[in-house]
Design a binder for this molecule. Structure first.
Ligand code: ADP
Length: 391
């Protein structure tokens, strides 16, 4: 066992790492898969191990004694010495002991994503910092690919839900269209009515036109709600109140005619002003899925009840629970509910809950099956609360 030691440090004018480390430690530096860079308190590079040389394309001779900012993207270079000085003056560490993914600049100017962890080394000879850099290019590319596939799957699932709801949409659109038709007929009759004065006709026609405009607006809103739902866009996590988030989803599912004999209850209304930080369409997709599953599960029961409960879990998360009075979760798939292709429905795909839980995970939350006070199934998921970074 040996610790990082600054041994044989003879003078401030360090020639190479050989002056700084023991033979054992040098073996470790040479064998390390990660890039290891040691700098002094004025940010001058003292050690630049072989992995660092391979990663960044510099030889040791090219970097030792130079400011470490040379391997940082140009726009960040000027801040770095200030960070070190502020830390040495007793300030809060920006990265020491924390670690994060940053960009490093290679000798040829290319940028590479690295996970950087920094430790400080206090010795009799002075204050040093050791940085360990791990190339995460492949990991980030894989994560991005997984995220893109997740989004594509969620999108495909929304399109499929939309297809199933087409009849409801047509029915809903029919209402404002019929109203517009009736108002138009009334206006035509009014204009051909010789018994009414011109002034009376103008006032009534103006009222009718206002009503026509209201109905057309309502129709436009229905279409817009659905167009947003099936829009293929980049995931964007924004602040939204639970009120707006939940009611947006409820409007979408309300078109299903099976709601007619269902008693719906909203619990935890006092939390509805709470803001969350989410991709609105994706979370509405989760809610639409859970509510439609609840409707499916209640087809064979006489007393149909659904409750949506909202609660603040802690400083970071809120929870939403969808409970129903349906037949409950089939024991045969209870432990595999969130796995793809697990379904008990003749026409089911078994993808809904898998997509929902992956959406919730990508928001940092979790989804689980819980007891339902209404006797059927309960699904609970958590979402991050909104943090206003401007305060
Ligand atoms: P699908 O609806 O296509 O079957 P899901 O992934 O949404 O796919 O659901 C998987 C299975 O989970 C369903 O087939 C059903 O057996 C069960 N399930 C989901 N929601 C409920 C619920 N509210 N009550 C009872 N069972 C449910």
């Amino acid at each position: 066992m040996f610790a990082l030691g600054l041994i044989h440090l003879e003078s401030a004018g360090i020639e190479s790492r050989y002056a700084l480390v023991s033979a054992q430690f040098e073996t470790l530096l040479n064998a390390a898969v990660d890039a290891i860079i040691l700098i002094d308190s004025s940010a001058k590079i003292c050690i630049f191990n072989p992995s660092a040389q391979r990663l960044l394309g510099y030889s040791e001779a090219e970097v030792v004694g130079k400011n470490v900012s040379m391997i940082m993207p140009t726009q960040e270079r000027k801040h770095h010495d200030g960070y070190i000085q502020a830390y040495l003056d007793g300030g809060q560490p920006k990265i020491i002991g924390i670690g994060r993914v940053v960009k490093a600049q290679k000798k040829n100017g290319d940028l590479v994503s690295v996970e950087l962890t920094v430790g400080d080394v206090k010795s009799n000879q002075g204050h040093y910092f050791v940085g360990i850099l791990r190339d995460v290019t492949v990991r980030l590319a894989t994560e991005k690919e997984v995220q893109q596939q997740r989004e594509a799957l969620a999108y495909a699932s929304r399109i499929s839900v939309m297809g199933e709801m087409a009849a409801g949409i047509a029915h809903e659109m029919n209402q404002p269209l019929s109203a517009i038709l009736n108002y138009s007929k009334a206006a035509t009759n009014l204009l051909s009515n010789d018994l009414k004065s011109t002034e009376e006709k103008l006032t009534t026609a103006s009222n009718i036109l206002t009503k026509i405009a209201e109905q057309a607006y309502r129709g436009g809103q229905i279409i817009q709600g659905f167009r947003n739902f099936v829009k293929h866009k980049e995931v964007e996590k924004v602040g939204i109140s639970l009120q707006d988030l939940l009611y947006g989803a409820l409007e979408l599912v309300a078109l299903d005619s099976r709601w007619i004999d269902v008693v719906f209850e909203m619990q935890g209304r006092e939390c509805l002003d709470e803001m969350v930080q989410v991709d609105i369409i994706q979370i509405q997709q989760v809610l639409v899925n859970l509510l439609r599953n609840a409707l499916d599960a209640m087809q064979s029961v006489s007393e149909k009840k659904v409750a949506l409960s909202v609660a603040i879990e802690d400083d970071c998360f809120v929870s939403i629970k969808v409970s129903d009075s349906g037949q409950g979760v089939d024991l045969s798939i209870r432990d595999q509910l969130f796995e793809p292709f697990k379904t008990t429905k003749d026409s089911g795909m078994g993808m809904g809950l898998a997509i929902c839980s992956s959406i919730i995970r990508s928001h940092g939350g979790s989804m689980m099956v819980v007891e339902s006070e209404l006797g059927g199934a309960g699904f609970l998921f958590t979402m991050p609360r909104y943090i206003d970074e401007t305060v």
